[in-house]
Ligand binder design. Structure first.
Ligand code: ATP
Ligand code: MG
Length: 680
């Protein structure tokens, strides 16, 4: 049966159809890359609405990135019509959690204007919690942050953490965790992990809320299930209930988020928790040419396997996969960009968006970016320097945060003296110690008479004037025309001239000013989108904060004609005609830290994800030498290259150790590098 004859969609295969028609009870689709797992979810949503008459508002689909969610929503609307999809939820776990909290904040004993803290905010807070060693030791601070996050992802609460502490350090961390949780409450703030943890705990502990949500969600679908962590899995279970119907799809070979608490064991657990679980395996890959698929299969065979999976393709076999060895990183970038240009020219209707450059770490992007610019090739980098990490955006976001939640101390500190208004560090310190003593927020402290014993003169006057500005704007924003109020505030603080004062050129200042206009446009749209929320302004700001964290730099997608640059992690679920997997060297892929921790399997899965993004051609590049840690160093080809079927590879250079001449060159490169370091 073709369910959508008018739309000339590809026919589903037998197994896919089975997965689509299984609408009673729990279903797991376990299958390798490119076998149509995501396609099944998309088509199944349409089927549930159109054929099963389940109202769209009773269907929830969860995907891994905002980009994936947006694409899925668009495709469903196209297939089912936008009327039929009114009220459909397609979102990331975190977005779902945010909306849940916004609906249930009263039950949670929270205020509706809560702030979401990003990584930098939580780091600042952790540093502030009186844990002396962490103030100077950045690594320790990161470990602390990660440990707290890991506990949260495992549903371990502050008062329980002490029982899970494995050593002296974790014991200290568990105490900081308690303090941290109390402070977050005082700030009326939640962090990224809380967006999952808080709904999960409420659903677990409150039968009334649980029943309400289980009634609302008649069908749940989850993509990339192998990357869910413990709290996400618990969330799923509470949402669907004991007898719920759901479809989850995943691939254990693509589990690449264990460092963020993901538990591929959740695939196993599902069968234990739901004895009536139906499991369907898909075996045909529709994405990649045969040789690419074979390479992927051979590589991943080096990992131990819990689930047996086969994957075949009836696409053409394709050309051998090129392995290009370059003298250094400049040559590598040059080579890749030149190839992209010439291949595009040679291809009929070739578009730059058919090409992707994938790498292990964001730091690898810069040199490709530079080379693309130099060659006038349009490109797009996902997930690196963010719109939201720009100073001007952080400033105005801090104003918005403070307007919705005056207890947000991080926001307060960021803008108290931006633009400059005579509030120096000493004033802020005195205000801070008073607030600490009184256990209140900085903003609340400005309102107390008692402050006058600690702070006088100009400092006091200026800080009160600032607080006044904020509280007046905040009152007005709540009363109505919030957009007008914000524009007025930005004008009142003289932000435009501040930009001109602090930018290198007038042109740069105007560029930054335009960014702010764009941000304010989003706020306006967010307020419209949330018109039914009791506080649309707070809802709009909360959505923007989350969006910032989820997809740094994923601005509105338009059909683009740009070369795509992204990390392997960000490439999950996507496909491109031509893929360049760059930096195929030991210490890059597998990553240095994974080699040290003997965690090669996850790196191999990452390589598998990268390879299986390619549809027609796949090129690996690597360097003989590159600058690392301030030194030019010789590089080793990635061990994964050797694990691939050599008959299907086309090495452009015989692999051999550096020649004497090359070694000399390396030494002299190092000397000139040292010279340049000390030159000025
Ligand atoms: P990944 O594991 O990488 O997320 P996936 O299993 O989700 O992959 P999809 O992205 O859904 O796979 O599908 C891969 C490609 O195969 C897509 O281009 C999709 O349109 C196509 N495809 C899926 N099913 C069929 C089918 N039955 N006939 C033809 N093409 C199909
Ligand atoms: Mg997919």
């Amino acid at each position: 049966i073709n369910l959508f004859p008018a739309l000339s969609l590809p026919q589903l295969n037998e197994k896919q159809r089975e997965a689509l028609l299984a609408t009673q009870g729990p279903l797991l689709v376990l299958a390798g890359a490119g076998s149509g797992k995501t396609s099944v979810i998309t088509r199944k949503i349409v089927y549930l609405i159109k054929e099963k008459q389940i109202p769209a508002r009773n269907i929830v689909a969860v995907t891994f990135t905002n980009k994936a969610a947006r694409e899925m929503k668009q495709r469903v609307s196209k297939l089912a019509g936008s009327n039929a999809t009114q009220g459909l939820t397609v979102s990331t776990f975190h977005n779902f959690g945010l909306n849940f909290i916004r609906r249930e904040y009263k039950k949670l004993g929270m205020k509706s204007n809560f702030t979401i803290f990003d990584d930098q905010d939580t780091l600042a807070l952790l540093k502030d919690l009186g844990f002396k060693e962490a103030e100077s030791d950045k690594q320790l601070l990161f470990r602390l942050q990660q440990q707290i996050s890991a506990w949260k992802n495992d549903l371990i609460l502050p008062e329980q953490a002490i029982n899970y502490a494995k050593d002296q350090e974790q014991l200290i961390f568990s105490k900081v965790y308690e303090k941290y949780a109390r402070s977050m409450k005082a700030y009326n703030a939640v962090d990224f992990d809380d967006l999952i943890l808080i709904p999960t705990l409420l659903l677990r502990d409150d039968p009334e809320v649980r029943e309400k949500w289980q009634n609302k969600i008649r069908y749940l679908l989850v993509d990339e299930y192998q990357d869910t962590n413990t709290s996400q899995y618990e969330l799923i279970k509470h949402l669907v209930g004991q007898f719920g119907s759901f479809t989850v799809v995943g691939d254990d070979d693509q589990s690449i988020y264990s460092w963020r608490g993901a538990r591929p064991e959740n695939l196993d657990q599902l069968a234990k928790d739901y004895p009536n679980l139906q499991v369907i395996k898909l075996e045909q890959n529709y994405r990649s040419y045969g040789r690419i698929l074979k390479a992927a299969n051979v590589l991943i065979d080096n990992n131990p396997h819990v689930f047996e999976k086969k994957l075949w393709s009836d696409k053409p076999y394709g050309d051998p996969l090129k392995v290009v060895t370059c003298p250094n990183e400049d040559a590598e970038a040059e080579k890749v960009v030149t190839e992209i240009i010439s291949r595009k020219v040679r291809t009929k209707n070739g578009r730059y968006s058919d090409f992707a450059i994938l790498y292990r770490g964001n730091h690898q992007a810069k040199i490709f970016e530079r080379t693309l610019i130099a060659n006038n090739v349009p490109y797009k980098i996902s997930g690196s320097t963010s719109f939201f990490s720009r100073a001007e955006i952080k400033d105005i976001m801090a104003y918005l945060r403070l307007l919705t939640n005056p207890d947000d101390d991080n926001a307060f500190l960021r803008i108290a003296n931006t633009p400059r208004r005579g509030i120096g560090p000493t004033t802020l310190e005195q205000l801070g110690s008073y607030a600490n003593m009184r256990h209140i927020s900085l903003f609340a402290a400005t309102q107390e008479i008692g402050l006058e014993q600690h702070l006088q003169g100009k400092g006091l006057e200026n800080i009160r004037r600032f607080a006044d500005l904020i509280s007046r704007a905040s009152d007005n924003a709540e009363r109505g025309d919030s957009v007008g109020v914000i524009h007025d505030l930005v004008a009142r603080i003289g932000y435009h001239s501040w930009l001109h004062e602090t930018s290198s050129t007038p042109k740069a200042a105007e560029y930054r000013w335009n960014n702010i206009q764009e941000l304010l446009g989003w706020v306006e749209k967010g307020i419209d989108d949330n018109e039914h929320d009791p506080n649309p302004f707070a809802a709009a700001v909360a959505n923007l904060m989350l969006r910032d964290m989820l997809d740094r730099n994923e601005k509105e997608e338009e059909e683009s004609n740009e070369v795509q640059l992204m990390t392997l992690h960000a490439a999950k679920g996507l496909e491109f005609n031509h893929v360049y997997l760059v930096g195929m060297e030991e210490e890059f892929l597998p990553h240095k830290s994974s080699i040290e921790n003997d965690d090669i399997e996850e790196e191999r899965r990452l390589a598998y994800v990268g390879i299986t993004r390619a549809q027609q051609t796949l090129t690996f590049t690597l360097c003989k030498k590159r600058s690392k840690y301030g030194e030019v160093m010789a590089c080793e080809p990635s061990r994964f290259l050797e694990e691939l079927p050599q008959d299907d590879l086309d090495w452009d250079a015989k692999r051999k150790p550096l020649s004497e001449e090359e070694q000399e060159q390396l030494a002299s490169d190092n000397i000139s590098m040292l010279k340049s370091l000390f030159a000025d």
